[in-house]
Design a protein around this ligand. Structure first.
Ligand SMILES: Nc1ncnc2c1ncn2[C@@H]1O[C@H](COP(=O)(O)OP(=O)(O)OP(=O)(O)O)[C@@H](O)[C@H]1O
Ligand SMILES: [Mg+2]
Length: 336
């Protein structure tokens, strides 16, 4: 069967992921999720305390991509990598761009904002005001923006990696649940242990002393990313596996008895089902498989589903958060 052979397109992304991992201590999970978002055409939200290499991870991904130049042919986008630091005064036009009056031609010209890059690091997204957040999230879902009455396509690939600090500060605007849904994956990071701290110290020391950082073994171009995305979409999902994904989603809606009864206030939408399927396909490809396995679904269910459901008051009162709900769901709903 052709569909289940390891696609050739899997090799380069897997090599790139290995190189990104080399520059990070103990973030296998995060690196895999970033690659999955890229291959599945989704966006990633990275949450954790400050100083856990969130920015570093995304920058390293950017170093491994060659996004300039050829993205023009796919759409009107500029391609490339950009970073935006969110502040409470960040306006939608700071992201999208604006009409600028040109004296010479006496005409308005649209100047593209950072949103038109292929990889956009949005740091501290919860510091941006709601209006700007919603402009960003809308563009993420639709792959296009409307400005000055004209609809403009964003480049392909187009991926947003947003970060937010889990320590809540004053002056932040938490993302509304309905908008969190626009992220394919929500990755949560924890503080490293003593061994990892030591390894980080050594790694940064070596880097500071080296003349130049080791370059990536290869850089994926926009065309190669599009090819890998197409290969990801062709990864085989066997009917029982599709049923498993649906049973997970339905399990998170269960109201008539069962271990999750009364714990969920807002259930996972079909977007969650699609996200889990797409992410499982991308994980399979990264592991060199042309078919997804139950382990792909199980590994990704927490990061693909937890941010899409809202625990009930009762759950919150009992200290059961959405990650715990997904953990119980996985224990309750078995693949076969
Ligand atoms: N796991 C890790 N592997 C390698 N370097 C790390 C790791 N954790 C932290 N560092 C180092 O710690 C420093 C902080 O990293 P970085 O700026 O990427 O953190 P951050 O999560 O983006 O922080 P903030 O939330 O404040 O923006 C960098 O010098 C980085 O090299
Ligand atoms: Mg940072």
């Amino acid at each position: 069967m052709d569909a289940v052979k390891a696609p050739a397109a899997a090799e380069a992304p897997a090599r790139l992921a290995a190189w990104i991992r080399e520059g990070l201590i103990g973030h296998e999970h995060l690196v895999e999720r970033l690659m999955i978002a890229l291959l599945a055409g989704g966006h990633a939200l990275i949450e954790g305390p400050p100083g856990l290499a969130k920015t570093r991870a995304v920058r390293r991904l950017a170093e491994g991509l060659d996004l300039g130049g050829d993205s023009e042919e796919a759409s009107g986008g500029a391609g490339g990598f950009a970073r935006v630091q969110c502040t409470p005064d960040l306006m939608p036009s700071d992201l999208i761009g604006a009409q600028v009056f040109r004296r010479a031609s006496e005409e308005f010209d649209f100047v593209q904002g950072p949103l038109f890059h292929s990889l956009l690091l949005v740091d501290e997204i919860n510091r941006a005001p709601p209006k700007t957040q919603s402009a960003l999230l809308e563009a993420m879902a639709e792959g296009q923006v409307t400005a000055g009455g004209v609809t403009r396509l964003l480049p392909d690939p187009f991926m947003v990696a947003a970060t937010q600090n889990s320590i809540e500060h004053e002056g932040t605007f938490p993302l509304p649940e309905a908008q969190l849904d626009r992220f394919l994956l929500h990755v949560k990071l924890d503080l490293p242990g003593a061994e990892a701290e030591r390894a980080i110290l050594d790694l940064v020391e070596t880097e500071t002393r080296a003349d130049a950082p080791a370059p990536p073994p290869l850089r994926l171009t926009s065309a190669e990313i599009r090819a890998a995305k197409a290969a990801t979409a062709r990864v085989h999902l066997a009917p029982p596996l599709k049923d498993y994904i649906v049973r997970l989603t339905m399990g998170a809606r269960e109201t008539g008895g069962g271990p999750l009864e009364g714990l969920i206030a807002h259930a996972v939408s079909p977007r969650g089902t699609l996200a889990l399927a797409a992410a499982a396909r991308a994980r399979a490809l990264l592991h060199g498989r042309g078919h997804a396995l139950p382990e792909d679904v199980e590994a990704l269910a927490p990061d693909a589903l937890a941010h899409r459901l809202i625990p009930s008051w009762r759950a919150s009162a009992e200290g059961v958060d959405s990650r715990e709900i997904v953990a119980r769901l996985l224990a309750h709903v078995r693949p076969y």
